[in-house]
Design a protein around this ligand. Sequence first.
Ligand code: ATP
Ligand code: MG
Ligand code: MG
Length: 366
Amino acid sequence: SLSLGILGGGQLAQMLALAALPLGVKVVVLEPDPQAPARLCAEHLQAGYTDPAGLARLAACDAVTLEFENVPVEALAALEGRVPVRPGGALLARSKHRAREKEALRAAGVQTAPFVPLEHEADLTGALEAVGGRGILKTSQLGYDGKGQARVDSEAQLRAAWDTLGRVPCVLEGLISFEREVSLAVARNAAGAVAFGPLVENTHRQGILRTSVFPAAAPEGTTARAREMARAVAEAWGLEGLLTLEFFQLPGGELLVNEVAPRVHNSGHLTQDGGGLSQFEAQVRAVLGLPLADWAPLHPTAMVNIIGTADGREPDWAGIDALPGTRLHLYHKASRPGRKLGHVNLVAPDRETLRARLARLEALIP
Ligand code: ATP
Ligand code: MG
Ligand code: MG
């Protein structure tokens, strides 16, 4: 039987493990936090990411993947040559650094928002004009869920935000007036075979993903265009494994890549309950070299995130259970404001019904 090592033990590792088990795949996670979600469904090596004994256990697996891109480079270096790590260290080094990632996206021939990398204070001069006069300053490293970002509309605001973010390396991006946000995952195996996930439409609130919907209400040809861009990135970056691209769609239909996650993605959670292959099984298959074709829900499907609230208000659990087509997924995490605690997937026989049920579901989740 096969075994899969995972760097990181958060909810993505939990759900990867839940997808791997029915395939007969044994899962081992390396994760320092004793309370991390994946402890409940995988062999949990509670050790630092560079712990030699922990890494030796991962090296004994058939392949290693990750659910968390901020794994130290030393951990990947220590595994190299001992076990296939998918995606590998070179791809990871790009996708964990916003400025490098954007440069590598451009090099792969795909469009991004205008951007200027900011390393030193002197780089701030003229930067906002260069991206169109209104922008978003983002730290190059460690940002997620909109953390480490600030909207800036003047050079004075840019200087203040640079101070607030700690004068660390950043990217200044031009503010995009997008029509919608969509995402798409691509998997590629060691032989170069490529498969795609569904095009999903995403809505954010305060920088955090709130809902995802399949199918996306995007113009004709959008899926083909997103796939072409995903394939270009996967091939240019030598992907082995799975990665997800987030896009802004402009009013004319054009797609810009916002960012890339070298793994399953929150917007793909709806694939768990849409009747088709889930993104988690897709990543497991891609990483272990098992057969994999395009995956997508068979029915219209949506997802709503459950996010910790400042006032401690909880979702209406009974109401969620009573709504037809809902499936609850909780991560066994303590509640904190802005923290992702779980999600609810929602399936419906047609798009109209999905839209009506989604409105009701959203009202049940503060
Ligand atoms: P995560 O990794 O959790 O998706 P993040 O912290 O890396 O989030 P981004 O994806 O860069 O953040 O941005 C979060 C959201 O903020 C985007 O999905 C989008 O809604 C908005 N946003 C980000 N950059 C821009 C931009 N250049 N123009 C307009 N909106 C933007
Ligand atoms: Mg991000
Ligand atoms: Mg994002």
